[in-house]
Design a binder for this molecule. Structure first.
Ligand code: TGC
Ligand code: FAD
Length: 395
C-alpha cells in the first residue's frame, strides 16, 4: 500500500496532519503531553471519582511554570505564544480530562483575557503576573440562575455609592469559583453591562461549591454570591461596555474548546482501538469484525476532520482573521463529534465501557458539560443559522 517516499502510517494521525505543524508547535505538544502523563493521567480517574483535585493550587503553579496560563497573551508575565500553540495545548490537556482544560481555559481565556483586553494598567500589573504563574487563580462570572443562554437578561447589579461600586447578585455554574483569588464579574449598571475585578476576599463575597455533578467532576464548579460587595471605583474594567465585552472573552475560550474536544476524542479513539485489538470474542479480536471497523473508520474520519478544522481556525486566528461565527462553527462541530466518538467508543468496550478504569465514559460525561457551556449546541447552531440567513432566531 505504501509508495517508496510515503512515511509510515500513524494510526492516530491517518490524515498526516502532523506534517502541517511547526517544530515549535510539536515542542509545545510534547511538553504538555509530558506534564499530563506524569502529573495528571495516573490520578485523574480518582479525582473524577472523588470529585476533588487534591492540591489544585500546586497543579496550577505547574501549569503556570510551563507557560500554559494566558499563554497566547503578550506581556505582564504571559508567554506570548501563538493561538495555534494554545489550541494544541488545549487538545493535550483535554486528552487527559476536560476539567484540566477548563481550569486553563477559564484562567487564561476568560479571567486573564478580560483583564488583559479590557483592564487598566494597574489591574493588569496587579493580577496578570501572579495569574500567569498560577499563584493566583481566576474565575469568570457571567451565567446566573435565571440567565444562561441569554446573558443580557442578567440581574446582578452594580450601583455607585460615592466613588465606590456596590455589587449585589448571584452567579451560577462558575468554574474555579471556590478556589479563585479573583473573580471577573459582569453586572448591570446605569450604563449597561460592565465588568468588575473582584478580589474574592472582599466582604460580602462567597463561592459555595456546587455538588452532585455527574460531569466535569475533576473541576471546581461554584455559585458566586455577591451580597453588598463594596469595591473601589478602580475595580471596573474601564474598556468594556455592553454585552460585547463578555462575549469577546467567550470567543477566546470557545476557540480553545474547538481544539480541546478533539483531545477527548483522541483519547477515546485510542482506547477503543487498543481495546478491540486485544479483546477476543467468537475466537477473534473484536477489531476484526466489520461492524467494529466501521465504527473505527467513522471515528478516525471525524477526528481527523475536527483537528483539521481546529488547525485551520488556529491559522486564521494567528492571522487576526478569525470571526466569532467561525468559532461557533468549530465549537458546534467539534464538541458534537467528539461526544459522538466517545459514545461510540463506549459501546466498543462493552461493559468495561462504563468503568472508570478506562477514560472513555469520563470523557463522554465531561463532554455533556462542554456541549452546554460556552454557548449550548443550540446557541451555536443559531449563530451559524444567522450567519447563513442574516436572520437572528434567538428570540
Ligand atoms: P446580540 O444582540 O447579538 O449582541 C450583543 C452585543 O454583543 C456583540 N456580540 C459579540 N461580540 C463579540 N463576540 C461575539 N461572539 C459576539 N456576539 C455578539 C454584538 O455585536 C452586540 O454588540 P453591540 O456593540 O451592538 O452591543 O446579543 P444577544 O443578546 O442576542 O445574544 C446573542 C447570543 C445568544 C449569541 C449570546 O448571548 C450568546 O453567546 N449566548 C451564550 C452564552 C454563553 O456562551 N455563556 C457562556 C458563559 S461562560 C462559560 O460557560 C464558561 S465555561 C468555561 C470552562 O469551564 O471551560
Ligand atoms: P438555558 O439557557 O436555560 O438553556 C436550556 C436549554 O434551552 C438549552 O438546551 C438551550 O440551548 C435551550 N435554549 C435556550 N434558549 C434557546 C433559544 N433561543 N432557542 C433554542 N433553544 C434555546 N458560566 C459562566 O459564566 N462561567 C463559568 O465558568 C461557567 N462554567 C460552567 C461549568 C460547567 C460544568 C457548566 C455545566 C456550566 C458552566 N457555565 C459557566 C454556565 C454555562 O455557560 C451555561 O450553563 C450555558 O450558557 C447554558 O445556560 P443554562 O444552563 O442556563 O441553560
Amino acid at each position: 500500500m505504501t509508495t517508496t517516499h510515503a512515511p509510515a502510517l500513524d494510526t492516530l494521525d491517518l490524515a498526516g496532519i502532523d506534517t502541517l505543524l511547526t517544530t515549535d508547535e510539536k515542542d509545545v505538544r510534547a511538553a504538555v503531553r509530558q506534564l499530563c502523563a506524569t502529573r495528571v493521567d495516573p490520578h485523574v480517574a480518582d479525582w473524577f471519582e472523588s470529585g476533588e483535585i487534591p492540591d489544585v493550587r500546586a497543579l496550577a503553579k505547574e501549569l503556570g511554570s510551563l507557560g500554559l496560563l494566558g499563554m497566547h497573551l503578550e506581556g505582564h508575565g504571559c508567554a506570548g505564544m501563538t493561538a495555534t500553540e494554545y489550541g494544541i495545548a488545549c487538545l493535550e490537556l483535554e486528552a487527559s480530562d476536560s476539567g484540566l482544560r477548563s481550569l486553563v481555559s477559564v484562567q487564561g481565556s476568560l479571567a486573564m483575557f478580560a483583564i488583559h483586553r479590557f483592564g487598566s494598567e494597574e489591574q493588569k500589573q496587579e493580577w496578570l503576573p501572579p495569574m500567569a504563574a498560577g499563584e493566583a487563580i481566576g474565575c469568570f462570572g457571567l451565567t446566573e440562575p435565571d440567565s444562561g443562554s441569554d446573558p443580557g437578561s442578567m440581574r446582578t447589579r452594580a450601583r455607585r455609592e460615592g466613588d465606590d461600586w456596590v455589587l449585589d447578585g448571584r452567579k451560577m455554574w462558575i468554574t474555579n469559583g471556590s478556589i479563585a483569588d479573583v473573580a471577573v464579574v459582569w453586572a448591570q449598571t446605569d450604563d449597561g453591562i460592565r465588568g468588575f475585578v473582584v478580589p474574592t476576599a472582599s466582604p460580602g463575597f462567597s463561592a459555595p461549591l456546587i455538588r452532585h455533578k455527574l460531569s466535569l467532576r475533576a473541576s471546581v464548579t461554584s455559585e458566586l454570591v455577591l451580597d453588598g460587595v463594596r469595591l473601589p471605583g478602580s475595580a471596573v474594567l474601564p474598556h468594556a461596555s455592553g454585552l460585547g465585552g463578555p462575549l469577546s472573552c467567550l470567543n477566546e475560550a470557545r476557540f480553545g474548546i474547538v481544539w480541546g474536544a478533539m483531545g477527548a476524542a483522541r483519547s477515546a479513539l485510542e482506547t477503543a482501538l487498543d481495546y478491540t485489538m486485544d479483546r477476543e470474542q467468537f475466537g477473534r479480536p473484536v477489531a476484526g469484525f466489520q461492524l467494529t471497523q466501521q465504527k473505527l473508520a467513522d471515528m478516525v474520519l471525524e477526528y481527523s476532520k475536527g483537528v483539521l478544522l481546529a488547525l485551520h481556525l488556529g491559522r486564521l486566528k494567528d492571522a487576526h482573521a478569525l470571526r466569532p461565527e467561525q468559532v461557533s462553527l468549530g465549537k458546534l462541530n467539534n464538541v458534537r463529534e467528539a461526544l459522538e466518538i466517545c459514545r461510540t467508543a463506549r459501546t466498543m468496550l462493552g461493559a468495561n465501557g462504563i468503568s472508570l478504569e478506562y477514560p472513555v465514559i469520563r470523557h463522554m460525561t465531561n463532554l455533556e458539560s462542554v456541549l452546554t457551556y460556552e454557548g449550548t449546541v443550540e446557541m451555536h447552531t443559531l449563530v451559524v443559522g444567522q450567519a447563513l440567513t442574516g436572520i437572528p432566531a434567538f428570540r
